[in-house]
Each structure stands twice: as structure tokens, then as C-alpha cells.
Design a protein around this ligand. Structure first.
Ligand code: ADP
Ligand code: MG
Length: 342
């Protein structure tokens, strides 16, 4: 009899993680939170220690024909720092592991590390180790990050309460439209190598894709405002997917309002230019690395005038579902497509 073979695509990323890890029982008293949040939480005595890791793989997460290595290094750190931010924590150390094919020179790797260094300076994290090995197929960069958070400030995905206000920082969908612009330029260049890409006009979108910044500034500001979100996640897979995570883990539903979704003007314009739905770019685009969080209504006064925090909806009973109120006054179910690499 042939052994059973299940394609990973059938389960999807989250199904696979669940299948592989569900039989593991935490054995250490200090393991406060294992798989299932933005970072693992470990009891570090006075404070909680946070631990997370994320990899970027050539051909999957980046294309070196438009991703400068310096930006890649910066991005690899940002996406990890973002997961510490999503726990309301402060990152402190990183390790960097590389798998490098012989296409890459020493100078190329130095460029990568310039970006890593810029990020270390910006986020005030120390590079404290890593691993280096050869690869037959391209470049992979894997970063692990450690951070800390006061025990009374930790923010999980599962703490949202009925009636909490849903907040999003910055604007959403721009990184996805940046990717579309870059892919279009690449195709045009293939057709006519004499073309020099004119990306000036799309600079903001391209920057959002190539050099995203983790919103540590928001974590510090929330602290200054004395607001501890009731739940939080970073927006790596698109708003809809992240809302689904908060809802599932908090046992609630959500209503968000189309007219409250934070969108950059150029993002909107470019989506229309590409004949894409801007709302879909927000919902399913991903890689924004903004923060999505919920606050208790009592905290609204403290941050209601913040120019970079947007109040996009509220949590309600699970039975009411996960819905989007459109500008036209319709209430439609949210669909989470997320990013499918498999
Ligand atoms: P994020 O997008 O916030 O980085 P992921 O979606 O990558 O988070 O992962 C979701 C959760 O699953 C996290 O808690 C992560 O640590 C865990 N996880 C992902 N891959 C694995 C794996 N191969 N083995 C164990 N845990 C994993
Ligand atoms: Mg995350």
C-alpha cells in the first residue's frame, strides 16, 4: 500500500503549524505562551521575555532584481521587531542566520549587513549571534529576536473584550501596491532592457514594500498615554487575516467600517490604476507591519486625537460574525485570504 501523501497546500500555513505542534505540551513552568501569538512569552523573573523568529526566502519573500540587499537586511530585522511590538514589548537582541548560494560575494553580504546595522541602530537592538551556511538555491535570511515587557503590559491576541474599539496604526495596503508596481516595472524591463524604471511617483509605496518599519514608536507612545491594548497583532498578512486571528483567539466577532480604513491617497489611486480594489489591498495585501489592536472604551479619550491611530470598528459577540460595513450602508462578511505561500 502506498503511504498517504497530503499536500501542504491542502492544510495551508496555519493548518500545518496546528497539525505539527498541537501535540506538544509545555513542560516548563516558565513557558507562559507557546505557539499561537506573535512571539513566545517566557517568564524572566521581574518581566516577561519575548522570543520570535521570521525568515525571508529568495523567490518567496523577495526578488533581488528589485530588492536592494541593504533594504533586505533592514526588512528582515523590522519584521521580527514588529512581532515584539505586537506583544507590547521592547526588542533587545537579535541573531541572524544566513544560507548563502555562491552567487553572492562578500561585498553583497556586507551590503546586507549595512541594512541590518541600520535597523539595529534604529530599534536599539544588539546583534548577538547567528549562523552561516551554504545554500544551493538562493539566499535565505532568518532572524530571531528577543524582547522584554513588564508583566502588567503584555498584550496577547486573545484579550479583546466585547465592545472594545478596534484600532489600526498608519495606513494599510501600500506595501502590496508597492509590490505590484515593482513587478510591473520588472516585466516592462524584461520587454525592453533600455527602459529605466520611473518609480519616483510611487516612492512611498515602493518604500513600504522594500523597507518597512516596525511601529516601535507607537509602543512607546501607548506607554506615554498609559494605554495597554486589550489585544494586539501586527499586520503582516493583511487586515482581514489579522482581524480573524484576534476574533478567533478572543472568542468574538468584529465590525469594521469601510470609511474608517486608513488608506494612503497614492495607494488608493494606484490600486485603481491597476484595476484592483483598494479595500482588497487593505484587507488581503499584507506586509504593512502596522499594529492592529483593541482598546477598552475607557481608554478612547486618551488617544482619540492621535493622528496616526485610526478607529476602524469594534468587537462584538461571535454570533454577530466578522463584518464590514460598506460606504453604501451594506453589511458584508469579511473574508480572510491572507498570504498563501503554499
Ligand atoms: P507571525 O506572522 O506573527 O510571525 P506566524 O504566522 O509565522 O506568526 O506563526 C504563528 C505562530 O505559529 C507563532 O506563534 C509561531 O511561533 C508559530 N510557528 C510558526 N511556524 C512554526 C513551526 N514550524 N513550529 C512551531 N511553531 C511555529
Ligand atoms: Mg506577527
Amino acid at each position: 500500500m502506498e503511504a498517504k501523501r497530503t499536500e501542504i497546500g491542502e492544510l495551508g500555513e496555519f493548518g500545518l503549524i496546528e497539525k505539527l505542534t498541537s501535540s506538544f505540551v509545555l513542560q516548563q513552568e516558565s513557558s507562559i505562551k507557546g505557539v499561537g501569538d506573535d512571539a513566545a512569552v517566557i517568564d524572566g523573573g521581574d518581566r516577561f521575555m519575548l522570543l520570535s523568529t521570521d525568515s525571508l526566502v529568495e523567490g518567496i519573500h523577495f526578488d533581488l532584481s528589485y530588492m536592494p540587499l541593504k533594504h533586505l537586511g533592514f526588512k528582515a530585522v523590522s519584521v521580527n521587531v514588529s512581532d515584539i511590538a505586537a506583544m507590547n514589548g521592547i526588542p533587545t537582541q537579535i541573531t541572524v542566520s544566513l544560507a548563502i548560494s555562491n552567487r553572492f560575494s562578500v561585498e553583497a553580504m556586507e551590503e546586507l549587513y549595512e541594512g541590518i546595522k541600520l535597523a539595529c541602530d534604529q530599534y536599539k537592538v544588539d546583534l548577538v549571534g547567528g549562523d552561516t551556511c551554504a545554500s544551493h538555491s538562493g539566499l535565505m535570511i532568518s532572524v530571531a529576536v528577543v524582547g522584554f515587557v513588564d508583566k502588567d503590559k503584555i498584550t496577547f491576541r486573545n484579550g479583546a473584550k466585547n465592545g472594545d474599539i478596534v484600532c489600526a496604526t498608519g495606513d494599510l495596503g501600500a506595501a502590496f501596491m508597492g509590490l505590484n508596481v515593482l513587478a510591473r516595472e520588472k516585466e516592462a524591463f524584461k520587454g525592453n532592457p533600455n527602459l529605466t524604471p520611473d518609480l519616483e511617483e510611487y516612492a512611498y509605496l515602493v518604500k513600504r514594500q522594500l523597507r518597512p518599519e516596525a511601529r516601535m514608536d507607537m509602543i512607546h507612545e501607548l506607554r506615554d498615554f498609559n494605554v495597554v491594548p486589550t489585544s494586539m497583532i501586527d499586520v503582516s498578512d493583511g487586515l482581514a487575516s489579522e482581524l480573524f486571528h484576534l476574533c478567533k483567539q478572543s472568542g468574538l466577532g468584529v465590525a469594521v467600517y469601510e470609511d474608517k480604513l486608513p488608506m494612503d491617497g497614492k495607494m488608493y489611486e494606484t490600486a485603481v490604476e491597476f484595476k484592483l480594489d483598494p479595500i482588497s489591498a487593505v484587507m488581503n495585501g499584507g506586509e504593512d507591519y502596522e499594529l492592529l489592536f483593541t482598546i477598552s472604551q475607557d481608554d478612547f479619550e486618551k488617544i482619540k486625537n492621535h493622528p496616526d491611530i485610526h478607529f476602524i470598528g469594534y468587537m462584538h459577540e461571535a454570533e454577530k460574525g466578522k463584518v464590514l460595513s460598506t460606504k453604501g450602508g451594506n453589511v458584508v462578511p469579511l473574508t480572510a485570504q491572507g498570504w498563501k505561500h503554499f
